[in-house]
Structures are given as structure tokens and as C-alpha cells.
Design a binder for this molecule. Structure first.
Ligand SMILES: [Zn+2]
Length: 199
């Protein structure tokens, strides 16, 4: 699905300053506050907006950023990545098709790096592990690029799975709700009505 100009403008405002109020955003892009609010609810539900958090600078906190590359046995990449994800020091983990895991790690004490490497290398599924000390961050920007042409794969609001083909689109409370099939639609409507009755 293509995101329209309003969605894109909202994302841009928030990426610049996630503390912007709905009112500020509405005024800036020339739509009503309820429009911003309902659009944002949908963007959140689609997993496009993941959260709102301050961007803290680890260097100013005397923390050390390290990049680790972990080569795994091909069949075990996902399993190893899941185990690594449990560690506090692993801040961002990506898997590549070739069985490589790339980890952006942050250590509070530089001395921790050795024990982390030992720990990672101890897994029988890990073939190799390297680390690269970050010297200084030269550029740091949010990963998503808000261009003028953004598209997304719709996910079902009920089962959270990707919607293949035409979605079932319900218009309720001036918002669009997307469902993948009629059984999800039924469950979602039941849940939605119950939540509304409780509110
Ligand atoms: Zn579904």
C-alpha cells in the first residue's frame, strides 16, 4: 500500500521531533488534530511507527559501541540470533542470507568485550566471531528514510500477519482497519466492540 502525503508528513514531523504534539503536527501540515490522531493510530498498528524514544548519546555516557560479526552454521543463524538477542549489550542485531549476524553492541565497561566474545564463540553453531571497536560516531540518523514515495506491506490488525492480496478494509470511528480474512474480521470486530463498550 502507498502511504499518502498526510501519512508521510506526519512521519517526517515525528522523526524530526517525537515530542511534537498532535496539535503542533496538525498545524504544521494543515490537517485537523483528529486526523493526525487517527492516522497515527493506524501507522502504529501497521508497525511503521514502532515507538517514541529519546535518542541518547552513548559516547556522552562513556559507553563503548562495538560492532560484532558472527559467522554461524547456515541452518543455525536464526537460533543463534535469538540467543544473542537476550543480552542487554546487544542493541541491534541483523541477519544476512549468508549466515552472518551483525550486532551493534554497547558495553559499559571496555573490559566486558573479551568475555562477550568468549561467550559468543562458545556456541557450537558459531564458526567465527570478530569485533570492531567504534572510535567515534561520525553520523547517526534514524534508519528509516522518509521519502516522498513510501509504501508498506499491510499487516492484519487481528493476526498481525502480512496481508497478501486485497485486504478487508473496515471504516470505523473515522479510521481504516485492515484484516486478512473473514475469520480475522469477525474476531477483530468482536474485540473492537468489546473494547468500545468498556471505554
Ligand atoms: Zn489476519
Amino acid at each position: 500500500m502507498d502511504l499518502d502525503k498526510t501519512d508521510i508528513a506526519i512521519l517526517r514531523c515525528l522523526q524530526e521531533d517525537c515530542r511534537s504534539s498532535l496539535r503542533t503536527i496538525a498545524a504544521k501540515i494543515g490537517v485537523s488534530v483528529p486526523t493526525v490522531s487517527s492516522r497515527l493510530a493506524t501507522l502504529e498498528q501497521l508497525g511503521i511507527v514502532n515507538g517514541y524514544c529519546a535518542s541518547l548519546n552513548p559516547e556522552r555516557l562513556n559507553e563503548t559501541s562495538v560492532t560484532l560479526t558472527v559467522k554461524t552454521r547456515l541452518q543455525a543463524t536464526e537460533e543463534v540470533a535469538k540467543v544473542l538477542a537476550k543480552h542487554e549489550w546487544a542493541r541491534r542485531i541483523r541477519m544476512t542470507r549468508s549466515g552472518l549476524i551483525i550486532i551493534d553492541a554497547t558495553v559499559v565497561d571496555r573490559g566486558d568485550i573479551d568475555s562477550i566474545l568468549e561467550d559468543v564463540a562458545a556456541s557450537p553453531d558459531v564458526l567465527d566471531c570478530q569485533h570492531f571497536d567504534g572510535l567515534r560516531t561520525v553520523k547517526e540518523t534514524p534508519l528509516a528514510r522518509v521519502t516522498d514515495a513510501l509504501t508498506t506491506t499491510l499487516i492484519c490488525f487481528q493476526c498481525k500477519g502480512p496481508i497478501k492480496g486485497e485486504p478487508i478494509k473496515l471504516r470505523m470511528d473515522e479510521r481504516d482497519h485492515y484484516l486478512c480474512c473473514h475469520s480475522c474480521e469477525k474476531l477483530y470486530l468482536e474485540k473492537y466492540k468489546k473494547l468500545k463498550a468498556e471505554a
